[in-house]
Design a protein around this ligand. Structure first.
Ligand code: SAM
Length: 262
């Protein structure tokens, strides 16, 4: 594992992180839209839920599909899933598996692969490429792949003092603390995002314990189009992002839904 991946692994395999993820149970707006779109077909699908965490998405997808496998490289996360879904039927499984080695699964096995809530952004660049390759191998031609990824066009917002203001005093304090610490860590923030296709940096998530991959949405779309078709992109409100908005969209992360084309 590369050093950035080791830092992230240690954070995700930490009891406090598992607790935090256990408390979040709602779907994000784009995930809601994706569930709506796929729902009619889910009953015939085998689903792989990568980076399942404490099982937030399991609640919404596992009962609709023919077979559900939730995987995570964090043993503590998988332990929590097994506990939370103790009385699950046999077609719902959880396994400790790193996305960079999906060799236990046959080729073309899954009809739907999900890597939700930016899980893919906690891999190094090389591991990310390997993850895409592995996902492509286990996904069925014509099946679906969905994931979200951080948007490099949003990095400037993290350093914009005015953008930290909110009417909630506790949130305001948290934002200002994070802003200040970020400014100390990165005194020249322009260098993080200007004229770059991607950047891996500490954006303050989980109390500054993660290194996160941010990429340019247009570049991500072009990369995907080599092996996927029908690419749809969603903003944080679940609205479709059109191709001509890709240069200006500044949501923190973007959801992709596409079909395996192999
Ligand atoms: C941001 S959390 C999201 C958890 C869950 N999907 C959710 O939405 O609540 C990212 C998850 O991806 C997992 N993850 C990160 N890198 C991974 C890898 N290489 N293989 C498998 N899981 C990974 C982490 O352990 C963590 O549970």
């Amino acid at each position: 594992m590369k050093s950035e991946s080791m830092i992230n692994y240690a954070t995700y395999n930490d009891y406090k992180t598992v607790e935090k993820y256990s408390k979040v149970n709602s779907l994000q707006e784009p995930e809601r839209k994706i569930l709506e779109l796929l729902k009619p077909a889910l009953k015939n699908m085998r689903m792989l839920d990568i980076g399942v965490g404490a099982g937030r998405t399991t609640r919404y997808f596992s009962n609709h599909v023919k077979e559900y496998v939730g995987i995570d490289y964090s043993p503590l996360m998988i332990e929590r899933c097994k506990h939370n879904f103790e009385n699950r039927p046999d077609n719902i499984k959880f396994e400790i598996i790193d996305v960079i080695d999906l060799s236990v699964f046959p080729d073309n096995y899954f009809d739907f692969v999900l890597f939700s809530f930016n899980g893919i952004d906690y891999l190094s660049k090389e591991e990310r490429q390997l993850a895409f390759k592995n996902i492509l191998r286990v996904g069925k031609n014509g099946g679906y792949f969905s994931f979200s990824t951080h948007n490099i066009l949003s990095v400037k917002n993290l350093f914009d003092f005015k953008k930290q203001f909110t009417s909630n005093p506790k949130q305001l304090m948290r934002n200002l603390k994070t802003w200040f610490r970020l400014k100390l860590l990165y005194p020249q923030p322009d260098k993080l995002y200007k004229n770059r296709d991607y950047v891996i940096f500490n954006d303050g998530s989980l109390n500054f314990n993660l290194l996160t991959f941010y990429t340019n949405p247009q570049i991500q779309k072009e990369e995907l189009s080599k092996n996927f078709t029908c690419i749809k992109m969603f903003d944080s409100n679940g609205n479709i992002i059109n191709g001509n908005e890709l240069d200006t969209v500044n949501d923190n992360w973007i959801y992709f839904l596409c079909k395996f084309n192999k």
